[in-house]
Design a protein around this ligand. Structure first.
Ligand code: FAD
Length: 524
């Protein structure tokens, strides 16, 4: 077993040597502690202890020194402490060490040491100058520990922290750590860029967008739109998890206290959303094109029937008149017969036309988000409005769902908006604004569609809802069935449509729909 060595110059601990003067003083006070005890305390201390002369020549080493360095006492006594030097410690470190201890001050620092077997370790060393009775440095007391493992662990933690921080920092996802009061504790670059774009803390806006779910501190992929640029909302998919860390406050050391945080992440899904809208618009376009085909066929056939019915009514009247006078008009019978046949053939043709009328698919009344319907319809006209320089003022109100036939409503609002755009197309106004607004009014939902076209003259205000009435020139652009269809759809929803304002500032159509129309079974 390796042994430590007693100081060469020591006669006996506590007898006459300057380093033991303190021990003597204590002995003098109580006499309870024998001087050997001080020797044993140092000998058994769990730290490598060495005592040197003023040039660092070793006079004494304890057991732990032997264990840490691998040198027996006899092998180092009389040698300089530099026997432990690995020579890879920078020279400035030794210079700092010596200038400190020679100024009679304590030095603490790290040195790279080499054991007897050649292996290296990191020593955390404290050197204390020991003074003689005259206040001059007579010895040095060195105490050191092998801190290689601690330092390795520390470095690993530091490396991992740096790695995690660099990944988090450069991640293309908004990451922010919030304290319990939702104050930002840490955030990454993506978060800071978002903050610069919104001009305020986006964490608050995101949590506000998440709504009630944010209170529980755990949510996943909640979609939130930030509208700091009203023309183009930025969509984020937000997730959050509660995290906690041990409280480092000294007074809470034994309490195992922890601090709670919320780790909020959000990634930009605007592109995805825009593609989703594009797909939805394309699907809507296909759907409305089909509806329009049916609608225009019905319009055409209705128009034809309307046009043909007039002459046939005249023919029927003529047949009636001729039948009444037939007796006093000899030879009228054959003509009457021909006319009756013509009348019957005509009515048969009309019946055929009516029977061949395509029937629009019967829709069920379901809960409908009217704002979504309006948004969809507006999206159908995006290209046209951009091309014609029309600015949309879209003012969706806070409205509940209503029971309605979604497809019919879509077709109806499409017609109103198309009329508005046609009207503004004819108008020389430089600024063309289409305003579409929704709001709740008691048990009704109100939608205003306003344009800045030429408006509708007073004398035509009631006529415009009649079938086949059209103000659109040149002919062919309107059949006059559009507003009649609007009226029909509104009627089947037990609502109303009116022209609120028809002149000066363009036309303003107002549609009122009951939130929960009492739809009869046969209608639903
Ligand atoms: P050196 O040429 O001996 O010294 C390098 C520089 O140190 C010099 O340029 C000079 O600035 C300074 N220096 C060295 N000796 C003196 C001196 N007597 N007076 C003024 N300046 C001086 N070193 C270790 O590497 N590991 C240890 O564990 C260790 N423990 C020590 C414990 C005690 C109590 C003391 C007093 C010193 C300890 N030293 C230790 C320092 C050691 O004595 C050497 O100074 C050091 O190892 C550098 O030695 P070197 O041979 O590489 O260079």
């Amino acid at each position: 077993m390796k042994k430590s060595v007693q100081p060469k110059r020591a006669k006996a601990p506590g007898e006459g040597d300057a380093p033991f003067r303190g021990a003597r003083a204590m002995m003098g006070r109580g006499g309870e502690l024998p001087p050997e005890l001080f020797y044993e305390v140092v000998e058994q201390a769990p730290v490598a202890v060495s005592i040197t002369d003023e040039s660092a020549n070793i006079l004494y080493v304890n057991r732990t020194f032997v264990e840490v360095t691998g040198y027996d006492g006899e092998e180092v006594i009389g040698h300089n402490e530099s026997i432990l030097s690995d020579k890879s410690t920078p020279r400035e470190q030794y210079e700092a060490l010596w200038s400190t201890i020679q100024s009679n001050r304590v030095w603490t620092g790290q040195l790279i040491n080499r054991r007897k077997d050649g292996s290296r370790y990191l020593a955390n060393l404290t050197i204390t100058p020991v003074n003689d009775g005259a206040g001059n440095i007579s010895h040095f007391l060195g105490m050191h520990r092998d801190v290689t493992e601690v330092r390795t662990l520390e470095q690993q933690v530091r490396n991992q922290t740096a790695l995690i921080e660099s990944v988090v920092e450069s991640a293309p996802v908004v990451i922010v750590l919030l304290d319990e009061a939702h104050r930002v504790v840490k955030s990454n670059r993506a978060y800071q860029q978002l903050r610069d774009a919104c001009g305020q803390e986006p964490a608050g806006l995101l949590l506000e967008g998440v709504g009630r779910r944010a209170r529980h501190g755990l949510f996943n992929d909640v979609e939130v739109a930030l509208r700091f640029d009203p023309a183009r909302p930025v969509w984020y998919s937000c997730s959050a998890v509660p995290v906690s860390e041990a409280d480092v406050a000294v007074e809470r050391y034994f309490e195992h206290g922890e601090r709670r945080y919320l780790l909020l992440t959000a990634h930009d899904i605007t592109g995805l959303k825009e593609r989703e809208v594009e797909l939805r618009t394309a699907a809507l376009r296909a759907l409305t094109a089909e509806q329009e085909l049916v609608h225009s066929l019905r319009e055409t056939l209705n128009g034809a029937i309307f046009q043909v019915e007039g002459p046939f009514n005249l023919l029927a009247a003529a047949v009636g008149m001729l039948a009444r006078r037939g007796e006093s008009w000899p030879g009228a019978e054959p003509l009457l017969e021909v006319l009756r046949e013509a009348d019957e053939a005509g009515r048969q043709a009309l019946r055929l036309l009516r029977d061949s009328m395509p029937i629009p698919p019967r829709e069920a009344f379901v809960p409908v988000n009217l704002n979504q319907v309006l948004r969809d319809v507006l999206s159908l006209f995006t290209g046209r409005m951009l091309g014609e320089g029309v600015v949309v003022e879209w003012e969706p109100g806070e409205i509940p769902h209503c029971r309605a036939r979604e497809g019919s409503l879509r077709g109806m609002f499409k017609q109103l908006i198309e009329n508005a755009l046609d009207a503004m197309g004819d108008s020389p106004a430089e600024r063309r604004v289409l305003r579409v607004a929704s709001r709740a009014d008691g048990d009704e939902l109100v939608v205003d569609v306003c344009d800045q076209g030429p408006g509708v003259p007073e004398e035509q205000r009631l006529k415009i809802f009649e079938p086949f009435f059209s103000t659109k020139v040149p002919y062919g652009r309107g059949t006059g069935m559009g507003l009649a269809m609007v009226q029909e759809v509104v009627n089947e929803h037990h609502g109303t449509v009116e022209l609120v304002s028809g002149t000066a500032v363009g036309a303003q159509f107002r549609v009122r729909l009951p939130v929960d129309a009492h739809i009869g079974e046969e209608e639903a």
